[in-house]
Design a protein around this ligand. Structure first.
Ligand code: ADP
Length: 156
């Protein structure tokens, strides 16, 4: 009995280690760089998310803006609501991303190491510069990952 249990535990662990971002990620909530801070706050509420992914006119990843970024700028300056989100977003070069073939475990590590809530899921752009331009295909969050763990436990 113990032997079987041990084998099953190892299989479960193996399955967990093999899970890919592409199997799990959700639909990205995206706004354009020109979106105003006011519109971004409205989107946060309507879409019920904590982060918005920002793209440029070609649909490439430009940055990410979080609820705290939006709170910070509007608290200090009531006229900020008409400014574009591009002024306050965390810019592309500093955005942590994952690709669909990365493991969920890699995504979890990035989220914990960078103390963030979510990661844009990206693939290299076929129209822009390779390594510089990324197409956003999804979004993976702490909640997605916890839900996956609960589903795995429920399946047992
Ligand atoms: P909140 O602001 O609600 O705490 P986060 O913890 O996700 O939300 O974001 C904290 C900070 O990190 C914000 O300034 C945000 O712009 C930035 N941020 C969020 N996600 C990422 C990411 N994937 N890569 C880099 N920076 C991020």
């Amino acid at each position: 009995f113990l032997g079987k249990r041990g084998t099953r535990d190892r299989e479960e662990k193996f399955r967990l280690l093999k899970m890919k971002v592409g199997d799990l990620h959700g639909v990205p909530v995206i706004v354009r760089e020109t979106t105003t801070i006011h519109e971004a706050v409205v989107s946060l509420f309507l879409e019920n998310v904590g982060n918005l992914i920002v793209t440029d006119a070609d649909g490439h990843l430009a940055g990410i803006v979080s609820r705290k970024d939006l709170l910070k700028v509007t608290l200090g300056n009531p006229t900020a609501s008409s400014m574009p989100v591009s002024l306050i977003m965390t810019r592309r070069a500093n955005v942590t991303t994952v690709q669909p073939e990365d493991t969920v475990l890699d995504a979890a590590r990035k989220i914990i190491n960078h103390q963030i809530d979510s990661l844009p899921v990206v693939v290299p752009s076929t129209t822009g510069n390779p390594g510089e331009h990324w197409k956003v295909v999804g979004r993976i969050t702490k909640t997605n990952i916890i839900k996956m763990l609960l589903d795995m436990v429920a399946e047992e």
